[in-house]
Each structure stands twice: as C-alpha cells, then as structure tokens.
Design a protein around this ligand. Structure first.
Ligand code: DSN
Length: 490
C-alpha cells in the first residue's frame, strides 16, 4: 500500500496550504510560549521516527486535527441540542447534530450522543443512564412520584436500598477487560456490586457457558462486554442472549474495535450495535478521530443519556465534537472499509510473524486489531520488555496477561496494535519485519538487578548495538511510509 493510496482517508496529498497553516500556527504559539511550540514540533518528529504499536493510538487526519483548533473551544453549551443552559448555541447545535447524525448512520444506531470527553466518560454516562432507566424510574413509579424532587427522606432510604442491589458483571482486567468494567479499585467497582468474568485458562478464549452460569448465579443489572486487551472477536448475539436470560442490560464498550465495526469488518453477530442496549466507544483508536467518546443506544435510553451533561459530564468540548463529525464523515467513506480490513489483516501478519519465531501469544493469535505477547518466555516482565523496546524506537505498552504473575504494574505482557502503522501504509511484509525486530530486541534483553544486587522487575540490560540496528531497520520502513507526507515544518 502506498502513502497516497485511497485507504488512508485524507492522510495523503497534504497541500502546501496545510503545511503553511501549521507553520503559521506554530509561529503564533511560539510568540507566546516557545517551549510549547518546540514540544509540538518534537512530538511530530518523534511520532514520525518511531514504530507506533500502541493498540489504542492512531494518527488522525489533518482535517480532524485542524477542526480542533478553533473558537468552538470558547463556547459553553451545557445541555443538549435545542435544550441548552446557555445562550447562543446555534452553531454548537449544528456541530453536535452533525456528529450524532454521522454516528447514527455509520453504526446503524437509533440514537447517538457525541458529548463524552473520553471513553471513561462515555461509560459513566452509560452507567448513569442504565441506573436512571432501570432503577430510579421504576422506583419513582412505585413510589408514585414524578421526579426525584418529590421524594422524601424515607423514599430516598428505600431507593438507596434498591440501588444497593445494583450489580455489574464485566470482563476482568487481566483477561482483557477495561478498568471501567467493574475493576474493584475503579469507580465502576465502587458504584456497583461487581463480579468479573474471565477467559478459559487453557485456550485464553471467552467461555460463554461459564459466563452464562456466572450471570445466572449473580443476576447482574448490567452485563458489560467489550475489551481493551483481548485479541479475539466476541459474539454479541450470545452476549445479548445471556443478558436477556438474567434480565440484565447489555452494555458494550467497543472503544478498541469501533473502527472495525465502522469499516464492516465486524458484521452480523460480531457487530455489537444491534444487540447492545447501550454501546460506548472512544473516537480516537481504530476509529481514527479526535480524542473523545461517544454513546450509542436504543431509543429507551435516549432521554436519560441526553441528560449526561451536566448530570455526569462537564460542558461539551464543541471543537472536539466538530472534529468527531469530520472523523465520522471520513469513516463513512468506502476507503475506510479498506483501511479497517487492512488493520485486521496486518494484525494477523504480526501474529504469524511472532508465531513463526517461537514467541508465545495469548490465545495463540488474533482476529482483531491487537496481539498480546507473553514476554515471560523471554525471561522478562512487561515493564522490562516495554522499556527495552522503547530504547529501540518500538513504542508499545505493557499489559497484564490472564492470571498475571507480575500484577498490573510490572505485568507479563506487551500489547501490540496495528491501527496506527496501518494508517501509515504498512502491510504484510512490514508487520512481519516488525515481529522480527521485536523478537530480536527481546531475545537480546536480560533482566537487570536492583541497586542492592537483587532481582529487579524494572531494570534491564539491552545488548549493545541492538537498539541501533532496530532503529536503522525501522527507519527504512518508516521512510517509505511517511507520516503526514507533504507536511514540512521549517
Ligand atoms: N487507554 C485505553 C487503552 O489503552 O486501551 C484504555 O483506557
């Protein structure tokens, strides 16, 4: 795939006009705080010259980036379209309506909410709307009250008793779930009485029968599906079946794979949107938009989700909602489907590259956008492996593996994702080469020792010359697939 190929959706053919827009913007910034202008230039240089393999990152198009740098940032617009707590929101209404319209059309969702500032915020709005819809509203009806202001202290007592029963069942962090899926120290583990489901200890795959049995026993109000570090697809029809059997609301967090849903790589039972009551996502991962969140839902949740701001969220970031609209418009183009398919194909190439070199992968491979490498086979912790790879210009993040012996801080895994380098135009051969480089770095890294000479989970020794040869081999590939080609800053 060439940098100019159509699957890159607006990433190619940067005009000299765009270059000069960035150049001038940086000069304006430098006139006030030159160190910020310098850090901004340096960030571009660093991103251009490294192998970005963090599964949750990508490169947004210049159109998306430019949309964020405007005076929409200066406007308050609490409330929602046509129902604001501030005056003069007519243009924000245009922006928010367009973002929601693109999201509904792209994902085939009855309702979309474009305000969440992040994926965690989107999940909080989703939880809040589920509690309002399934706990508070029925409780109000039972108490004969129209709204919460009519409740007495005694009513609140009984409502709290009902809320005390709210249960959430989500995927555990070590098997690939997210912190907000009921991880005990997270707010989701405190606002809900939580239990976690995991994966089969042998295969590493989701075990739907075990999950069903757990759901039947626990009877959750919310069943959360979706993942941050599970390298396989999920059958959302089965998830909905389980939720229905126990009377739970099915909430799916598709933050990681929204781009694969948008690009129609995940269709049928692998597409969560028709099956979930509420679906949440970020907009900046495989979806390749600005940093932010989005909630999609069935109509019955719409009124409660619309109250997300100001009941859960601070004022919407209108400049980011505008950029979401632009990114979603890009994702509705046929080229985005090609891009999404390339993400999945490239993940397979990366996994095959690791497998043929004898590295151990959680679940043995991938069928989405990420690969989870168990680095204990190299005698390393995730922390040591992440640091050694970074020295060699390979940007990844350490991640727990199921039943991780090193816990969530040091970890035993490295998570790799293909969305970003696929945006740059990397294909099969390059991802095979990436696997070769990673195996070379890790095979040449030894665990270090603490200052006192004992075993360390953090320090490491990378053999001399390995970082240099990795940088050189990466540069060859990166030069062939430049980031923001045509963007020259002097
Ligand atoms: N930061 C996201 C990720 O890396 O998966 C989760 O919050």
């Amino acid at each position: 795939m060439k940098p100019g190929s159509t699957s890159l959706c607006g990433m190619s053919d940067l005009s000299s006009l765009t270059s000069s827009a960035y150049q001038q913007a940086l000069e304006v910034i430098a006139s006030v705080e030159p160190r910020i202008a310098e850090a901004t230039r340096q960030e571009l240089a660093d991103q251009r010259s490294s192998l970005k393999l963090i599964a949750s990152e990508n490169y947004a198009s210049p159109a998306v980036l430019l949309t964020m740098g405007t005076w929409f940032s200066d406007k308050y617009a609490e409330g929602t379209v046509g129902h604001r707590f501030y005056a003069a929101c007519q243009n924000v209404d245009t922006v928010e309506s367009l973002a929601a319209e693109h999201a509904r059309e792209l994902f085939g969702a009855p309702y979309a909410y474009a305000q969440p500032h992040s994926g965690i915020d989107a999940n909080l709005v989703a939880f809040w709307s589920i509690l309002a819809n399934r706990v508070e509203t029925p409780a109000l009806e039972k108490l004969g009250a129209k709204n919460v202001n009519e409740l007495t202290e005694a009513d609140w007592e009984s409502l709290r008793a009902e809320l005390g029963n709210q249960r959430l069942l989500g995927m555990s962090l070590d098997t690939g779930g997210h912190l907000t899926h009921g991880f005990r120290p997270n707010i989701s583990g405190k606002m809900f009485h939580q239990q976690q489901y995991g994966t089969d200890p042998e295969s590493g795959l989701l075990d739907y029968d075990a999950l069903r049995a757990k759901a039947k026993e626990f009877k959750p109000l919310v069943l959360v599906a979706g993942y941050s570090a599970y390298p396989r697809r999920v059958n959302f029809a089965k998830m909905r079946e389980i939720a229905d059997e126990v009377g739970a609301v099915l909430m799916v967090d598709m933050a990681h794979f929204a781009g694969l849903v948008a690009g129609k790589v995940f269709t049928g039972e692998e597409n969560p949107v028709p099956y979930a009551h509420v679906t949440t996502t970020t907009t900046h991962k495989s979806l390749r938009g600005p940093r932010g969140g989005l909630v999609l839902a069935q109509e019955e949740f719409a009124a409660d989700i619309d109250r997300g701001c100001p009941m859960v969220l601070g004022g919407p970031l209108s400049h980011v909602m505008a950029a979401k609209a632009v990114a979603l418009a890009e994702a509705r183009k046929p080229e985005f489907g090609t891009y999404a398919q390339n993400i999945a194909d490239n993940a397979k190439s990366l996994a095959e590259g690791f497998n043929k070199r004898g590295a151990r992968l959680v679940t043995g491979g991938t069928d989405n956008h990420l690969v989870l490498l168990d680095v204990t086979s190299f005698g390393l912790t995730g922390r040591q492996a992440e640091s050694a790879l970074l020295d060699a210009g390979v940007v990844t993040n350490r991640n727990s593996i199921p039943a991780d012996p090193n816990g969530a801080w040091y970890t035993s895994g490295i998570r790799f994702g293909t969305p970003a380098l696929t945006t740059r135009g990397f294909g099969h051969d390059e991802f095979d080469k990436v696997a070769e480089l990673v195996v070379d770095v890790l095979s040449n890294t030894q665990p270090g020792t603490t200052r006192a000479g004992g075993p360390s989970k953090a320090s490491y020794v990378l053999a001399e010359g390995v970082a240099d040869r990795t940088h050189a081999a990466s540069a060859e590939m990166l030069d062939k697939h430049p980031l923001y080609p045509g963007l020259e800053l002097t």
